[in-house]
Design a protein around this ligand. Structure first.
Ligand code: ADP
Ligand code: MG
Length: 480
């Protein structure tokens, strides 16, 4: 009998707020790794006696925004609790989190899997503060604490145990990552640890109740999450088949061995002695805030992705690429409003994005604006530029050239039949032997004539017209 894996994910997304969750202390921008330690701290972060937490309204707004986008129920009266544990990177001796009354409950994450739109159920989304960082230095046998991250606002997004494979888990994470960045809730920087995930894994026989789970902590790349989940599923199945049993515990992912390994026994909720934080009032989420966020929600990425396929006729692949981020989707739509959407998609994906990444630029920094790319494509469809010339023109535009001036200087494409005849006739005269061979059945020589004519026109001939007229003139030389 087979085993069925069951996975539930807890994602920690750092909220894009300027200050920390309970104090005006600024949050380090960009990658915190290079900053001097303990420079983004204040008396609240250090937990000096007499300090009190004040909730950050922007963090609450962003939590409401994400909850609305995921179809969660926003709790109008949610509350903060203290979660107690002792570790050097937690100066208060407790973390302020939410336990009984999280700000959002339920909802689903929409995910495209093999072209079909699926939804995965959420349990809750809650606000909490981050801890600091402990850096171990085995050479000097010392540990140091950096509190730059301490107190930073996080959202913990908790799924139901509804994912059935590492592929589903990765697709879920990518969809959630795209959404939080799209909404401006989180910058999504996984290397900096601003979007990280704990994976809960168990296995069971089909139809049986959930098995005992282990939790793999803090994996911060999509690939490693997948590898860690697969390794853990395999470990549990082997253990159970040998007659053993899974112990509920926290495990870590070891990249070197490609295995998970036990870190510590899993605490139960009562070990944390949760209770409502008496320093903080119940958060009263105003109806007006919910309405304002609802009205301001942009078209969500999965809906836009589907619209690109259904209404604009793009392939599912192109629609996915073009909805990777909002800047890209907006850019594409600005081009597609002016020219055929499929051409717009091709030029953006195959030409512009590639060229930009070669020069290390993001699309927002593109020297070629959507209107200009559209005008370039329009020259192509009108026949004033061949596709070869259009590609050259794009390179020139990336160097700062003006499109219309470039087209004027480099001449339009020659499609005019009189002009083409003028070039073709002398070539046929000069190559009488080849003409005779061609007419005698050597079809391959056609390419030779095309090449000669193209050369004479500096590559600017409209290829279809050139071939049409060439066939016509060659046929005219057949002796009656
Ligand atoms: P805790 O608060 O101790 O981390 P929760 O019960 O809130 O535990 O669940 C945390 C995560 O673990 C959720 O994402 C949930 O879906 C997942 N989970 C719970 N039970 C299982 C299980 N048996 N197998 C896999 N995942 C599970
Ligand atoms: Mg947990």
């Amino acid at each position: 009998m087979t085993w069925q894996p069951v996975i539930g994910l807890e994602v920690h997304a750092q909220l894009k707020t300027r200050s920390k969750l309970f104090s005006p202390c600024p949050v380090a921008g960009g990658s915190t790794a290079d900053l001097a330690p303990n420079t983004f701290v204040d008396e609240v972060i250090l937990a000096l006696p007499g300090t009190l937490p004040v909730p950050n309204a922007e963090a609450i707004r962003l939590a409401v925004r994400l909850g609305l986008a995921l179809g969660s129920t926003i709790d109008r009266r949610s509350q903060f609790s203290r979660k107690h544990y002792f570790y050097p990177d937690l100066p208060k001796g407790y973390q302020i989190s939410q336990y009984e009354d999280p700000i959002c409950r339920g909802g689903t994450v929409p995910v495209f899997l093999d072209g079909a739109l699926r939804t995965f159920a959420l349990r809750r989304i809650h606000l909490e503060e981050d801890a600091g960082k402990t850096i171990h230095d085995p050479r000097r046998n010392e540990s140091r604490v950096d509190l730059n991250r301490a107190g930073v606002a996080l959202l913990e997004i908790v799924s139901e145990p509804v994912l059935a494979s590492s592929e589903e888990a990765i697709a879920y994470l990518k969809a959630l990552h795209r959404l939080v960045v799209w909404l401006g809730v989180c910058d999504g920087d996984m290397e900096a640890g601003n979007f990280r995930c704990d994976a809960n894994v168990s296995v069971r026989r089909p139809g049986e109740p959930l098995g005992t789970r282990t939790e793999i902590k803090n994996v911060n790349s999509f690939r490693f999450v997948g590898l860690a989940i697969d390794a853990e599923i395999k470990r549990q199945i082997e253990l159970l088949e040998r007659g053993g049993s899974v112990v509920q515990e926290t495990r870590g992912w070891d990249e070197g061995s490609g295995q998970t390994r036990a870190l510590r026994g899993k605490e139960d909720a009562h070990d944390y002695r949760y209770f409502p934080d008496p320093d903080l009032l119940v958060i009263d989420v105003a109806e007006s805030l919910i309405h304002a966020e609802e009205r301001a929600l942009p078209e969500l990425p999965h809906l836009r992705q589907r619209r690109f396929v259904d209404a604009l006729g793009l392939s599912p692949y192109d629609a996915e690429v073009l909805t990777q981020d909002k800047v890209r989707a907006d850019y594409f739509e600005a081009v597609a409003a002016r020219v055929e959407p499929k051409l717009a998609a091709n030029w953006l994906i195959n030409d512009l994005l590639g060229a930009l990444s070669k020069s290390g630029l993001d699309l927002v920094q593109s020297p070629v604006l959507p209107e200009t790319l559209a005008a370039l494509i329009a020259h192509l469809t009108a026949g004033t530029l061949s596709s070869r010339m259009a590609k050259d023109a794009l390179q020139a535009l990336l160097q700062g050239a003006d499109l219309e001036r470039w087209v004027a200087e480099h001449g339009g494409q020659v499609s005019d039949s009189a002009a083409l005849v003028q070039v073709i006739e002398p070539i046929l005269d000069k190559n009488a032997a080849q003409v005779a061979d061609f007419l005698g059945g050597k079809d391959k020589l056609f390419g030779f004539f095309v090449g000669q004519a193209m050369k004479a026109l500096g590559g600017k001939a409209n290829p279809e017209e050139l071939q049409r007229i060439l066939r016509e003139r060659l046929a005219a030389r057949r002796s009656p």
